[in-house]
Design a protein. Structure first.
Length: 156
């Protein structure tokens, strides 16, 4: 679930500014998020689309259900914004963006994953995969998601 505002703009990998991922990797990230988030219905409010958290001031109202096309566009905007937010992490920007899409950038920024990366320590797999708790307990599906995300988006 995402906890930042939408971003308007098309996807473009921007390695000159630090982000280091290809269009196909971005597409893989979108597909993986769709797989785990699924398309939310109005009963999931304030989550809409593929897990976008509606905040005060956004145009969406209670009961909003997005079409697959609208949800896809919103997911891409949100993920692009998150990846750009983590562009200073270079090759890890997509990995951190995907994680933040699910748990929020606040939690990612306070995580052992970011702490290790800031220290130059690339041994983050265990810390990354441990971010799989729901209501204080390890959640098997979230853990499977973390394993899949790490395998797909961690670059040595």
């Amino acid at each position: 679930m995402l906890a930042i505002t939408s971003f308007s703009g098309a996807f473009a990998s921007n390695s000159a500014q630090g982000a280091s991922y290809s269009a196909s990797e971005f597409e893989e990230a979108v597909a993986m998020i769709k797989k785990y988030e699924t398309l939310h219905s109005s009963k999931h409010w304030p989550l809409i689309g593929y897990g976008h958290l509606v905040k005060p001031g956004e145009k969406y109202r209670r009961g909003t259900t997005l079409s697959e096309k609208q949800a896809d566009a919103l997911l891409r905007q949100d993920l692009k914004k998150l990846v750009d937010y983590y562009k200073s992490y270079g090759k890890d920007s997509l990995l951190l963006g995907v994680l933040a899409y699910n748990v929020g950038p606040g939690r990612v920024n306070k995580s052992t994953v970011v702490s290790l990366l800031k220290q130059g320590n690339r041994n983050i797999q265990q810390a990354f995969e441990s971010m799989c708790h729901y209501k204080g307990k390890v959640h098997k599906r979230i853990h499977a998601r973390r394993v899949e995300e790490f395998k797909a988006f961690f670059r040595h």
